[in-house]
Design a protein around this ligand. Structure first.
Ligand SMILES: O=C(O)c1ccccc1NCC(=O)[C@H](O)[C@H](O)COP(=O)(O)O
Length: 219
């Protein structure tokens, strides 16, 4: 009887802004790319800028739109322009707002939960039933970006989560530590941004390839 290969974590490359980075993610067989719609981010795209990337990605890789306390008008414009397959909420969106957006746009919603202490993991339970996936990410210092800062959190805090819903791990992941992160947490999805960049907002195709290879080596 053939032995099935061990499953590895799904991969999301966040903050893609160029066709080269998109093609690198597809070539490396990542599962999702993220388009950031947040003006303060070095990876920000307007819906108009995201449109050709969304078209290039269609049917080849999942397109996740990242928003930070965005209004419905921006989300609607981005969904239509970039053909988004899922929404990622990276701000202070409540469980009610999360459920409302899921119903309004008819798309899966990923809710990022910032983590610095064990209570932050418990807090995620409030989004069960409202979000389709919980993305645990490092809590960033006040006054900085709420994500994409290359900061990791203490993965042992996840011991309390016990796979209560579909989830993923983000924060400070790169080619050098992602296999260890998967081995230590058992995460079914990994998300990276700065770890595959040569400078903030500049994706490096070689780092994308190395990241995806490292994920597969963990299986
Ligand atoms: O990437 C950004 O610029 C960003 C801005 C505002 C909110 C969230 C943002 N990124 C979220 C992501 O999905 C990142 O992949 C995640 O935070 C991990 O980032 P990194 O630690 O740089 O890998």
């Amino acid at each position: 009887m053939p032995i099935a290969p061990a499953p590895t974590a799904a991969i999301k490359i966040c903050g893609v802004t160029t066709p080269e980075a998109l093609d690198a993610a597809i070539a490396a067989r990542a599962d999702h790319i993220g388009f950031v719609f947040f003006a303060r981010s070095p990876r920000n795209l307007t819906p108009r800028e995201a449109a050709p990337l969304g078209e290039r990605a269609a049917g080849r890789i999942g397109r996740v739109g990242l928003f930070v306390d965005a209004d419905d008008a921006l989300i609607a414009e981005a969904v239509a322009a970039a053909g988004l397959d899922a929404l990622q909420l990276h701000g202070e969106e409540s469980p009610a707002r999360t459920a409302e957006l899921r119903a309004r746009f008819g798309l899966p919603v990923w809710k990022a939960i910032p983590v610095a202490a064990v209570g932050d993991i418990a807090r995620a339970a409030a989004w069960l039933g409202a979000a389709d996936l919980i993305l645990f990410d490092a809590k960033t210092p006040r006054g900085t970006l709420p994500g994409g800062m290359g900061l990791a959190f203490d993965w042992t805090l996840l011991a309390d989560w016990r796979n209560r819903a579909p989830w993923g791990l983000a924060g400070g992941l790169g080619p050098a530590n992602v296999a260890e992160a998967i081995a230590r947490t058992g995460t079914p999805l990994v998300d990276t941004s700065s770890g595959v960049e040569s400078a903030p907002g500049i994706k490096d195709p070689q780092l994308i390839a190395r990241f995806c290879a490292a994920v597969r080596s963990s299986g």
